[in-house]
Write a protein of this length. Structure first.
Length: 441
């Protein structure tokens, strides 16, 4: 960490700023340091970097920070955008106002502009937006020797050469061959004899789905094809890992009842943090109002047995935790492909049984603890309520994410607020109904 970077920038000492950043040693460390500062400090410090280092640092920034930096460094923006690969360039331009993006696109050479525009034409969140069109696709008619020369001639503009798509004359994907396989094979062997069945993704597939294909198959890259099977580009493992990290961060944020941050925490303003959280807190406030209404409805019951109020936080807290556990488990299972929509009945059945057993265990504990405080009658109410509430919570915790997925909604978005709303209100209903039955109120 460079403790005095901000003070060096304020003093206008660019030479010392460059030295401080250079002392960090490598590009990831410089990126981490710059992400800790405000936009103005970041832009001035970035300007002090040597040109080659600056380009690498800019490539490592997330698209929101790239677009912010572009607006800060208007005169250098064209060179920065041109230095990016087409997929990274599309990500940065997608964050900019349309007028600024059009101006920067107009400054590119025709070939780079065409590649970038093609990527921007794919839906946001699709693998078409994240693929690189700079791919070497080897014609199937070539021999190994000819293919190696073919790769050598085109290597400077390629994103990766370790996995090579093999195509027919119409660019349809026939197979893939590794560079290693070419290098160890006889020069006269036809490439078509060495290629293997390809793992492919389609340009309109979701980027998370495509990233899991790369991860699950341990691939360096996978070809991206159009509806006719023609090679459009490749999706590389580094881009796939970045997508999975972003998706995991989004799921964690939404499961916790907040919108994901679009930039590093220290680079996010206080208003940005407020915006990411306020909506979900408002939803949870509405849920709390429903709980208040339930309490108001059973006011007479509480008046007769005041000790019931002691266990309200314990009951709804336990139910909420049980529901959150179930939802988190099911959302994760769906994310990694362990649970699908066709498994709805099995998943819900498993969680019903899990909730019942959890409720029995917690109910036994609750009965023992409550009986020491308020006697066995109220303790019986608490124990029975725990059994029912835990079963309801885990059932809803498994059902809501899967129903959300079937409706095309991100399960992580709806799980936390809906489970909180349901468990708080229904848990109290169950509690007071059981109290009226057991205690004869």
């Amino acid at each position: 960490m460079v403790a005095d970077l901000a003070s060096l920038v304020r003093a206008g000492d660019l030479r010392a700023t460059r030295s401080a950043l250079s002392a960090l040693g490598d590009v990831p460390a410089i990126v981490d340091e710059l992400e800790r500062h405000d936009a103005t400090t970041r832009a001035v410090a970035f300007r002090s970097l040597p040109k080659d280092v600056a380009v690498e640092v800019f490539e490592d920034f997330d698209p929101p920070l790239q677009s912010e930096l572009i607006t800060q460094l208007r005169e250098d923006a064209g060179a920065l955008v041109l230095a990016l690969d087409p997929d990274d360039r599309a990500g940065a331009l997608g964050e900019l106002p349309a007028s600024v993006a059009r101006r920067l696109l107009a400054g590119l050479d025709p070939d780079e502009r065409a590649k970038t525009t093609a990527l921007l034409g794919y839906p946001l969140g699709s693998v078409g937006r994240r693929m690189t069109p700079n791919v070497i696709a080897v014609p199937n008619r070539l021999s190994v020797g000819a293919a190696i020369r073919f790769v050598h001639e085109r290597e400077p503009g390629a994103e990766t050469i370790y996995m090579l798509p093999v195509i027919d004359p119409t660019r349809r994907l026939l197979g893939v061959v590794s560079l290693r396989r070419l290098l160890v094979s006889d020069a006269t062997t036809p490439v078509s004899e060495l290629m293997r069945e390809p793992i492919r993704v389609h340009a309109h597939d979701g980027q998370e789905q495509a990233a899991r294909v790369v991860r699950d198959h341990g691939a360096v890259a996978v070809p991206v094809v159009d509806a006719e099977g023609r090679v459009l580009g490749v999706f590389t493992v580094d881009d796939a890992m970045r997508v999975l990290e972003q998706e995991e961060s989004q799921d964690l944020a939404r499961t916790g009842g907040a919108e994901p941050l679009t930039r590093p925490y220290l680079a996010t303003s206080v208003l940005g943090l407020v915006r990411s959280r306020i909506l979900w807190l408002l939803i949870l406030v509405i849920a709390a109002m429903l709980t208040v209404n339930v309490l108001d409805y059973f006011e007479d019951t509480l008046a007769e047995v005041v000790s019931l109020a002691l266990f309200v936080p314990f009951l709804i807290g336990t139910g909420g935790n049980a529901g959150a556990q179930a939802a988190t488990t099911v959302v994760r299972a769906m994310a990694v492909g362990d649970a699908r929509l066709r498994d709805l009945r099995r998943v819900v059945g498993k969680e019903v049984l899990t909730g019942l057993l959890l409720g029995i265990g917690l109910g036994g504990f609750g009965f023992g603890a409550a009986s020491l405080i308020v006697g066995t009658s109220v303790a019986t109410v608490v124990a029975l309520a725990l059994v029912v509430v835990c079963t309801l919570a885990t059932t809803v915790g498994s059902l809501i994410p899967m129903l959300a997925r079937s409706a095309g909604i991100d399960p992580a978005v709806v799980s936390a607020p809906f489970i909180s709303t349901f468990v708080d209100a229904s848990g109290l209903l169950v509690y007071f109904i059981i109290a009226q039955i057991v205690l004869g109120l």
